[in-house]
Ligand binder design. Structure first.
Ligand code: NDP
Ligand code: OXD
Length: 324
């Protein structure tokens, strides 16, 4: 990933308007946080562009397809989310403007909570106890210690590392998989395709925290799932299109996978008739593992606007070639 991009000519005196496109109801919270943390910044809210040629920055989630054709002088794009797939999918996205990914402590903690909740639920057999309660059946399952439970985290970026750190603190056996090697206390780092099968064969609870890119779409297919030990669990909070959904259903139906907790889907909202909704061993949340929090996220945006104005490097710039 590219992490630093400089503005060609530093300019400390002007803060040109930022355009906010966020197609949900909490726009007012974002405007308030931006106003508080950078009062000199004029915030315009899509579709009220004013003079579009004045807009230098855009803070976006799922922009309308033609948006960028209307912004001739845009210099930096900020993604409201950690993933940039919603921008890459936009047909008018310019390829020569830096895209700053969202790095927000509030977003990260929400993801850590979601993963921890599901890891503990699978690790302690809570779904099985729920089923036993429905049958008024009293029976103790064997208790496995955290030290004996192997968790594999796919994607050891900002979020994957925070998840790994907590699980290590709790005593779990943690290993992670990424494109480049990582040095993280207590975490075995596995890299690339060459080490993927061994990583999967040693994973009882698989946590997918990968971005959606050309290289990751469809990665979790029948062959991939077969590498996991029988009875493994899957948690996917990365992106829905990482998974070939038919292959996952098949692995669940054959009992190769014990259960899956899914927050993201190839098609969102998940269609009403989709088999995941009624599958007894699938639990669904509607892409809410975590949400970017305006109060903690705006600091990242205003710091980068300040840096750009001062001709300093931007942080967390996505690599469009890699797609994350
Ligand atoms: P980062 O960019 O910090 O981390 C991405 C990680 O994925 C890196 O470790 C990277 O490896 C690894 N990776 C990317 N491509 C490959 C590949 N082909 N093979 C192996 N590893 C790969 O992202 P974040 O941690 O901030 O976020 C991760 C994703 O989580 C987001 O892109 C988004 O899709 C999802 N997300 C979902 C949310 C939800 O509510 N469900 C909320 C927030 C995020 P390397 O380090 O070697 O580059
Ligand atoms: C993100 C998301 O990418 O919420 O931040 O999905």
């Amino acid at each position: 990933m590219i992490t630093h991009v400089f503005r060609s000519e530093p300019n400390m005196n002007q803060v040109k308007p930022v355009l906010l496109v966020k197609r949900d109801l909490d726009v007012a919270t974002w405007v308030q946080a931006l106003n508080q943390q950078m009062p000199a910044l004029e915030v315009r809210i899509w579709p009220e562009l004013g003079d579009p040629s004045e807009i230098q920055f855009a803070l976006l989630w799922m922009p309308p397809p033609e948006l960028f054709t209307q912004l001739p002088n845009l210099e930096v794009i900020f993604s409201v989310g950690a993933g940039i797939d919603h921008l890459v999918a936009c047909p008018s996205l310019p390829r020569n403007i830096p895209i700053v990914r969202m790095v927000d402590p509030g977003l990260t903690s929400g993801m850590v909570e979601y993963v921890l909740y599901n890891v503990l639920r699978f690790h302690r057999g809570m779904d099985r106890y729920d089923a036993q309660q429905r049958a008024a059946h009293w029976s103790a399952l064997p208790q496995i210690s955290a030290e004996a439970r192997a968790i594999g985290i796919m994607g050891l970026g900002i979020i994957g590392q925070a998840v790994a750190e907590l699980l290590v603190t709790m005593g779990f056996k943690v290993h992670g998989w990424s494109q480049t090697p990582k040095v993280l206390k207590g975490v075995k780092s596995c890299v690339g395709e060459a080490e993927r099968d061994a990583f999967l064969q040693n994973t009882e609870i698989l946590v997918a925290l990968l971005p959606s890119t050309v290289a990751t779409v469809g990665l979790i297919d029948a062959r991939f799932l077969t590498q996991l030990p029988r009875g493994a669990f899957l948690i996917n909070a990365g992106r829905g299109d990482l998974i070939r959904e038919g292959d996952l259903l098949d692995a669940l139906d054959r009992g190769h996978l014990a259960a899956a907790a899914l927050d993201v889907f190839s098609q969102e909202p998940l269609p009403v008739g989709h088999p995941f909704w009624r599958h007894p061993r699938v639990s669904i949340t509607p892409h809410v593992a975590s949400t970017t929090q305006a109060d903690t996220a705006v600091g990242h945006v205003v710091t980068n606007i300040g840096r750009w104005q001062a001709g300093q490097p931007l942080g967390h710039v996505a690599d469009l070639e890699q797609g994350y």
